[in-house]
Ligand binder design. Structure first.
Ligand code: SIN
Length: 531
């Protein structure tokens, strides 16, 4: 087994990973592991934008207030405060790196999204994530201290061999094992400091706005290594993904509602006024639940987002990518309403970190969607996620460079062994379990939950998980198998988190406890080794 040695390892090539790699490269050699090509990430698909106070009618207290209100009592006010106050500096840095946000006569065009009391969303038309990734990738690719490892899937964290009885999370992280897709070999990537920037886990659900790579690998690896996962029940369902047989996972940005889009049922009735005084611009949990309730009430497969009252020239200019994509599928959004449904979009929970991206495991950091920093609480304010990615990539990079662990020798790693594993001869098991987990999570652990549904999901997941664990140890790893093991691990953690929260708050809504309870005004922590 080959070992690669670096000063820093970054797992993931989204905005958080690339910005951190760019900053770390000034202090040492950086390996960036990515499951496909570096361009493929959830950040790349982000449409709406990045929230920051830059407008003349806006100020920090307003953005802080909107974030805390949306977080429904579970955001950490200190983390909210620092994130929002550091936002303008990160925006200046992105611009200096070459990101071209939409602007007129040198002034940023600001978008409005649900939960925001002001226009404050910087965007690059409707392809903001792609534009940020373009600039960040160019910066990283021109840096000789950064090496990309495309088509390498992280398998597990490499831990220091520890005396029996030591709690794993108190161990040190020495790097990651990663599967090279082309050869099927597992390599050791060793570095004193490792950063998880591997994104979220939308693929745990049958319908998601996320790309295929978002299988929660970093969250699952951390959990297996003994790190606690925090607030995993708070899964954000985006209210409006395109409903179309030939288009998988295509998001219809919230920015459309910000510009006046109206949600209508099949009879053309605008229904959001029945659910919130903020109507289409209520926070996402409210809009997604409203659509879910309309679908259940009417038996329809989808609702509509109507933009036809807006000027066609404006729609084509403001939403060129969405307009073109819909048109290619036979929907002219300037003339007819867009069929939409909710889909899993973002995980507010993740690997617990401090305000510098540090986890409880020496040598291990986490930033972006994989992490729980305390910013989002029980529900994320729209366009605060790219912001969190940038603020914490900056903070983590500073901390990683100064980390005392980085100056120590790496210690003796636990070695990767394949035992008696052989090549898989029954890929059908992977396909079957993959489909079953994602359907079960959608039906039983989705937008609206109940004790009975969660109990069913839990019982079923026990059987599936046992099957997957056996399969994992019997056969040599493939990317499909690794991803299945990770979504199974996270499905179980999400169910346990949801079952432990006996109230409805933010994104977690259960018919059995429909009210907020002060007893649960605290984060949920799921720890594999807790007794
Ligand atoms: C969107 O464009 O609606 C997504 C933005 C976000 O998730 O914050």
């Amino acid at each position: 087994m080959a070992a690669f040695k670096f000063d820093f390892i970054v797992v993931g090539s989204g905005a958080a990973g690339l910005l951190a790699a760019h900053k770390l490269a000034a202090s040492g050699r950086v390996a960036v592991l990515t499951k496909r090509t570096p361009e493929v990430s959830n950040s790349d698909l982000a449409q709406g934008g990045i929230a920051a106070v830059t407008g003349p009618d806006d100020d920090f207290p307003l953005h802080i207030k909107d974030t805390l209100r949306t977080g429904a009592g579970l955001s950490d006010p200190r983390v909210v405060d620092l994130t929002i106050k550091e936002a303008p500096e990160r925006i200046r840095e992105l611009v200096a790196l070459g990101t071209r946000f939409s602007a007129r006569r040198g002034v940023f065009e600001l978008g409005l999204e649900g939960g925001h009391s002001r226009r404050r969303v910087l965007h690059a038309a409707d392809s903001t994530g792609h534009e940020m990734e373009r600039a960040l990738l160019a910066a990283c690719r021109s840096d000789k201290n950064i090496t990309f490892f495309p088509y390498f899937s992280a398998v597990d964290l490499i831990l220091r061999a520890r005396p029996a009885g030591t709690r794993p999370a108190r161990n040190a992280c020495l790097g990651v094992y990663a599967l090279e897709e082309a050869t099927g070999r597992v390599h050791s990537f060793l570095a004193p400091v490792t950063l998880l920037a591997s994104g979220g886990a939308g693929k745990v659900y049958r319908y998601t706005s996320n790309p295929d790579v978002t299988t929660g690998d970093g969250m699952a690896m951390a959990y297996r290594a003994g790190l606690p996962l925090v607030n995993m029940e708070f899964v954000q369902f985006h209210p409006t993904c395109l409903y179309h047989q030939q288009a998988k996972s295509f998001l219809i940005s919230e920015a459309l509602r910000g510009e006046g889009g109206i949600l209508r049922d099949a009879d053309g009735r605008a229904f959001m006024k029945d659910y919130s005084r903020y109507q289409e611009l209520a926070p996402r949990d409210i809009v997604a639940r409203a659509i879910d309730s309309e679908l259940k009430r009417t038996g329809a497969n989808h609702v509509y987002l109507d933009m036809t009252h807006l000027k066609p020239a404006f729609l084509r200019r403001r939403f060129p990518m969405i307009h073109a994509k819909c048109l290619a599928l036979g929907i002219d959004m300037t003339r007819s309403p867009i069929p939409v449904v909710p889909a899993a979009h973002f995980f507010c929970g993740g690997v617990g970190t401090d305000d510098r991206g540090r986890t409880v495991m020496p040598g291990l950091y986490a930033v972006g969607e994989v992490a729980h920093t305390g910013l989002h609480g029980a529900n994320r304010l729209a366009s605060n996620s790219l912001l969190e990615a940038c603020v914490f990539a900056h903070r983590a990079a500073l901390a990683m460079k100064e980390d005392p662990v980085a100056r120590r020798s790496s210690g003796r790693p636990l070695h990767w062994t394949t035992g008696n594993a052989r090549p898989s001869d029954e890929a059908v098991i992977i396909k079957h379990n993959w489909d079953e987990i994602r359907t079960l999570m959608w039906n039983y652990v989705g937008i609206v939950r109940s004790d009975k549904r969660l109990a069913r999901a839990s019982a079923r997941m026990k059987v599936i998980s046992a099957e997957i664990v056996k399969y994992y140890w019997d056969f040599l790893p493939t990317r499909d198998l690794l991803e299945l093991r990770n979504i199974a691990c996270l499905a179980d953690v999400i169910i346990r988190s949801a079952r432990s929260r006996k109230e409805s708050r933010g994104l977690h809504y259960t018919v059995d406890y429909p009210a907020v309870s002060p007893r649960f005004a605290r984060p949920t922590v799921i720890d594999r080794y807790a007794r």
